[in-house]
Design a protein around this ligand. Structure first.
Ligand SMILES: [Zn+2]
Length: 241
């Protein structure tokens, strides 16, 4: 991936409503959410459907995406601790990226919208069905259950400094979406699907009003019959001797 701009796209149709803030590529070896956002914004720009509020697609670790590595100095999904943010220290490439994303988010404050939602797009090293990982704070869990995939609670109790923790801390509602294996074309499809469904639920987009009903949303919606909720209550860490 070359010449990556921080903002992949923004779209609104001049109506008051919610903000849907989508991040992708927080891990540089997980570009599929970025490709999915590019597809969605292309269609939105071409068709100009009516939505309530605004959707934004924002790139996570620009430098790592360019170099096709997970991160440069440290994991950008572990830097978002209250301490790091309070200290304002930009002492790693990832902290610089983090503060750039925070600056963007600060331009779209709470009082400018009826509600602020987030979606953070990831993929996994192993092949996997798409799933939502939700931190059980605010109304995140209720929101997550509008979507037709597996839902996993409790991962957030194991790790610290994730971007979704930060967004939840500042009062936003949302979850992490794991689209599938890093390089699988299906992961792009799953990300595209969840973005369309999030636009429907957060910003009132009528998918039927699009020239072509997005196939990716159908693919994901077809998984609804298998929807299940899981809870992690123990993690056994395997340490190197
Ligand atoms: Zn990731």
């Amino acid at each position: 991936m070359k010449n990556i701009e921080r903002i992949i796209g923004t779209y609104d149709s001049g109506n008051k409503g919610a903000l849907l803030f989508i991040t992708a590529g927080i891990h540089g070896n997980e570009p599929s959410g970025v490709y999915a956002l590019q597809r969605v914004f292309e269609i939105l720009e071409a068709e100009k459907p009516t939505i309530q509020g605004k959707v934004m697609g924002v790139v996570g670790n620009k430098e790592a995406l360019k170099r096709q590595v997970r991160f440069i100095d440290e994991d950008l999904n572990r830097t978002w601790t209250a301490e790091n943010i309070a200290s304002a220290a930009k002492d790693s490439k990832e902290k610089k990226e983090m503060f750039e994303i925070i600056d963007i988010l600060n331009e779209y404050p709470k009082n400018a919208f009826t509600k602020r939602y987030f979606l953070d797009c990831h993929t996994t090293s192993a092949a996997s069905e798409p799933y939502i990982s939700v931190q059980n704070v605010n109304d995140n869990d209720t929101w997550a259950h509008k979507f037709p995939t597996y839902i996993i609670r409790g991962f957030s109790d194991i790790v610290e400094g994730c971007i979704d923790h930060y967004k939840s801390r500042i009062g936003m509602t949302g979850f992490v979406f794991e689209g599938g294996q890093h390089d699988s074309p299906e992961s792009i499809e799953h990300h595209e699907g969840i973005i369309w469904l999030a636009l429907q639920h957060a910003c009132g987009l009528n998918l039927d009003a699009l020239k072509n009903y997005p196939e990716a949303a159908v693919t994901l919606e077809n998984k609804r019959k298998n929807q299940k909720t899981f809870e992690i209550d123990y993690r056994h860490e395997i340490k190197k001797k």
